[in-house]
Design a protein around this ligand. Sequence first.
Ligand SMILES: [Zn+2]
Length: 74
Amino acid sequence: MRRDLMDILACPVCKNELTLHVDREDDDEVLEGSLHCATCDETYPIGDGIPNLLPPDLRREMEAETAAPQGDNS
Ligand SMILES: [Zn+2]
C-alpha cells in the first residue's frame, strides 16, 4: 500500500485514524507492517503491500476456519 493511503484509511470498527508501523517498504510503498487503532487497541496487519482491515471478529473467524484448531490457547 502507498503511504498516502493513510489519508483515507480508518479503523473499520470505530472509524478513527490509524497509526502506521512500517516493517518493510519500497520507496513510498509499504510492503510489510501494521496499522494500529489506539481507540480499540487493535492491530491490523499489512502483508504483501495489502492492509487487512477486516474487523477483528471477522478476521479471527476467518483465521479459525483456515487454521487447525489449537487446544492450548490459554
Ligand atoms: Zn478502532
